[in-house]
Design a protein around this ligand. Structure first.
Ligand SMILES: Nc1ncnc2c1ncn2[C@@H]1O[C@H](COP(=O)(O)OP(=O)(O)OP(=O)(O)O)[C@@H](O)[C@H]1O
Ligand SMILES: [Mg+2]
Length: 357
């Protein structure tokens, strides 16, 4: 069993603070994903949990016990590193046995655990090979196997798929989801890939600049992003963001047009950011009236759908609109966008926080 609580965790390297007060509660058996841009502190936080670096300030509890001063080997945690380092002179079997032997397990127990991990990770045929005789994906699976053999109550995976090609990534991703179900432990998985986060996680921690921006299920993050950062980070292609002014029931983007949406944000803020996902809008040839006027940059045909790339007024960044596959707007066509009912997100331009409707 592994239930985690992080309370006001700060991490400083000399004078530089890289984690600014992390509070997080993880339930037993959850698969939690840390996601965020490079340098936001994901690996650092994972290393503090594993005990590889000291916590500067705050408290880490594992099943209600304070872990700050507990040695890594006594935490019941196994970690697969971002740069998984296998011992080059040992074959697959020996690599997997090494950590388990260090734990003082007897030979038959080690053998049984390796056989089980090898079966789950489909490594049975490769046990006698050295790391250099394996593909990148096979090596990655050995690194995961080495962690599993220790039967950790908590498994930490730092970008375990980073060295794989796209097809192998989705294979091993499925493998990890299956392993998590089969083993039933708590898992923390780090990635900067939001698709990986969305498909794997029970709950996602979105990090940015050493802080947690939001913690919630994939659906919560997608449907109710807490702020502009999360709204931009989760979802692909990204959400369109348009600065608008509110006058009564009307939202106006100066020089672009106006809409009268079905739902408006609470409160009386005038300067609002309107956010709409690519499938929350319609695009039509411009015939005047309400809506936002733009010009088509190009249309991308994807088989099951088409994406129309539209520039609104002089806005720097064009936006994506998802359409039926037969949509085919020539470049420079004048179009008008409408927001579908219930699909507008609102954010304060002052604070970047979500405004509820
Ligand atoms: N040992 C260290 N000494 C000083 N600064 C460090 C050290 N380790 C990490 N940092 C800094 O802490 C910040 C967070 O780094 P971290 O490795 O946790 O990022 P990350 O989110 O894992 O990024 P990536 O996605 O690139 O792996 C970075 O600005 C990094 O330069
Ligand atoms: Mg990292």
């Amino acid at each position: 069993m592994a239930r985690l609580s992080l309370r006001g965790i700060r991490k400083r390297f000399k004078a530089v603070e890289v984690l600014h007060g992390i509070d997080l509660d993880v339930k037993d058996r959850e698969l939690i994903v840390f996601v965020g841009p490079s340098g936001c502190g994901k690996s650092t936080l994972l290393r503090l949990i594993a005990g590889l670096d000291p916590i500067t300030e705050g408290e880490f509890l594992l099943n209600d016990q304070r872990m700050n001063e507990v040695a890594p080997s006594r935490r019941g945690i196994a970690m697969v590193f971002q740069s998984y380092a296998l011992y080059p002179h040992m074959n697959v079997y020996e690599n997997m046995a090494f950590g388990a032997r260090l734990m003082g397990l007897d030979k038959t127990e080690v053998e049984a655990r390796i056989a089980e991990a090898a079966r789950m990770l489909r490594l049975q045929e490769l046990m006698q090979r050295r790391p250099r005789e394996l593909s990148g994906g096979q090596r990655q699976r050995v690194a995961i196997g080495r962690a599993l053999v220790r039967k950790p109550q908590l498994l930490l995976l730092d970008e375990p798929l980073s060295n794989l090609d796209a097809a192998l990534r989705s294979d091993v991703r499925l493998e990890i989801a299956r392993l998590h179900r089969e083993i039933g432990g708590t898992t923390i998985y780090v990635t900067h890939d939001q698709v990986e986060a969305m498909t794997l996680a029970d709950r996602i921690v979105v990090m940015n600049g050493g802080r947690i921006e939001q913690f919630g299920s994939p659906r919560e993050l997608y449907e109710t992003p807490a702020n502009v950062f999360v709204a931009n980070f989760i979802g692909s292609p990204r959400m369109a963001m348009l600065p608008v002014e509110r006058h009564g029931n009307v939202l106006t983007a100066p020089g672009i047009g106006s809409i009268t949406p079905d739902r408006l944000p609470q409160g009386d803020e005038r300067d609002i950011l309107l956010g709409v996902r690519p499938d929350g809008m319609t695009v039509m040839p411009d015939a005047g009236g309400e809506g936002f006027a733009g010009t088509v940059v190009y249309t991308e045909y994807l088989g099951d759908s088409a994406f129309v790339y539209v520039r609104l007024g002089d806005e720097a960044a064009p936006i994506w609109v998802r359409c039926a596959p037969d949509a085919n707007f020539a470049p420079d066509t004048a179009v008008r966008l409408q927001v579908l009912p219930g699909r507008a997100h609102y954010f304060s331009r002052r604070t970047s926080e979500r405004l509820s409707v």
